[in-house]
Design a protein around this ligand. Structure first.
Ligand code: NAD
Ligand code: MN
Length: 356
């Protein structure tokens, strides 16, 4: 029987609560006769590691992850450590070190979830946002000078490469092609950003010629926020830069009911390195350590992990169990207006996997 090697990095805050819950659910799936097993290795990296060792993860951390089949990640973010230190020291170190250049963020309104859009049925909102995950505004290029003086300067230079844009466009067109509507929206800002974003548009048009069966359109990022709210059914697959997609996907998560539900995958499409799956939410300082976190975003991320491993039947089984749990308001956590705890939701999903 195949055993998948999964690295678990709970990280900080509620990551320490939702990642063990995700492991429990994956174990329950395996125990229910999925036909494969898991070998988990947990890594205690994050804020606590930083306090003990002065860094978020060890220098040779990537080596420990390299042979894994996939990574399940919680959150990086600690109330006592600046956010740019925690983010760059752990999550981005893995994403960039393993060239996980495609960040994939599906959004749907799950059964039983009360979403804020009044003129929108769950059928109207079924999106996948593809985020460029390796360069652009988060390339890390820039610097500060004259610190503390009146002439102080700071720059963050958005850097886009032809190779980087081509590969994310190709990935997005291919993903759009695999979905029933074969519809891609290329998000841009080429009216104001007249260099890199113009190249972005040009490359989109070039790559589009390789996919004659995919319908595609272009939308400015600001207009796209309004379109998501006013005409959700006009969107299916979207591709956007690192910063634009970061913002759009939080909006997407909120429109689908809660940040606590939304999953994501940081994918190396060439499979040179392990890919990493995580809920899109952060450490949630306001509720951490209390057992109140919604684990659904992590469970849905486990579904994406299974799909990446090629275990489509198991992925569908887990998604079914998740949807049957969200359909019951008694199993909603606080972010959804309910009273359930992380453990209640977790055992309900495990129970459904056992008794299907
Ligand atoms: P956040 O996602 O941690 O929290 C935003 C709000 O949503 C909070 O009110 C929180 O309680 C709620 N929420 C989030 N996830 C929830 C869940 N699963 N169940 C119930 N409620 C949930 O975002 P933030 O407050 O902007 O960031 C807090 C810290 O997390 C910061 O240090 C930030 O840098 C970090 N962060 C990390 C990641 C990551 O590692 N991928 C992502 C986002 C934020
Ligand atoms: Mn974000």
């Amino acid at each position: 029987m195949k055993t998948y090697r999964i690295a678990c990095i709970p990280g900080d805050g509620i990551g320490k609560e939702v990642i063990p819950a995700g492991q429990e659910v994956l174990q329950a799936l395996a125990a229910a006769g999925a036909g494969f097993g898991f070998a988990f290795t947990s890594f205690g990296w994050g804020g606590d590691w930083y306090r003990a060792h002065g860094q978020m993860m060890p220098d040779d951390g990537l080596e420990a992850l390299r042979g894994m089949d996939a990574i399940l990640f919680g959150s990086a973010g600690d109330p006592q450590i600046p956010d740019h230190v925690t983010l760059w020291g752990l999550r981005l170190k893995i994403c960039q070190g393993f060239d996980q250049y495609a960040n994939v963020r599906p959004t749907r309104i799950l059964p039983g979830i009360d979403a804020p859009l009044k003129r929108c049925t769950p059928r109207d909102l079924d999106w996948v946002i593809v985020r460029e995950n390796s360069e652009g505004e988060y390339a890390g290029v820039g610097g500060r000078a004259h610190q503390g003086h009146p002439i102080e300067v700071a720059t963050d230079v958005s850097m886009m490469t032809r190779a980087g844009v081509e590969r994310i466009m190709r990935f997005a067109f291919r993903l759009a092609q695999s979905r029933p509507r074969k519809l891609l929206t290329v998000v841009t800002k080429s009216n104001a950003q007249r260099h890199a974003m113009v190249m972005w548009d040009q490359i989109a048009a070039e790559v589009a010629r390789e996919f004659p069966d995919v319908r595609w359109d272009k939308e400015l990022v600001d207009a796209c926020t309004a379109r998501m709210v006013n005409r959700p059914a006009s969107l299916d697959t979207l591709v956007a830069t690192n910063l634009h997609a970061d913002i759009l996907s939080d909006l997407a998560a909120a429109l689908a009911g809660s940040l606590g539900i939304a999953p994501t995958g940081n994918i190396d499409p060439e499979r040179r390195y392990p890919s990493m799956f995580e809920p899109i939410h952060g450490s949630a300082f306001d509720i951490m350590g209390q057992g109140l976190a919604n684990p659904i975003g992590t469970f849905w991320s486990c579904v994406m992990l299974l799909e990446h491993l090629g275990e489509h039947e198991a992925a569908a089984r887990l998604m079914q169990a998740i949807e049957s749990v969200t359909a019951d308001p008694a199993l909603h956590t606080g972010d959804l207006g309910g009273k359930a705890r992380t453990a209640d939701v977790t055992s309900a999903v495990c129970h459904r996997l056992k008794n299907r």
